[in-house]
Design a protein around this ligand. Sequence first.
Ligand code: ZN
Length: 78
Amino acid sequence: MNIRFGSWWIEIYQRAIQIIRGPHPECPTCAGHGGIEVGGEYVLDHQWSPDIELCDCWDPSPILRIPLWFRRTERVPF
Ligand SMILES: [Zn+2]
């Protein structure tokens, strides 16, 4: 489940919540798409498959991850 507030994404998983800052909506480089087409190639059926490079205005790795539960530490069996 994903919730979006402007350029912020909140991803809700069964075990954690992740907060990701998305692309800047008014970025002059990518216009809020988060990626820039840097080339590409024609693949099957002459379809254009673009190579997309991430824009500098965002980072797709989560900046905050909140675990919803902690795994119990296993005891060493003796
Ligand atoms: Zn951008």
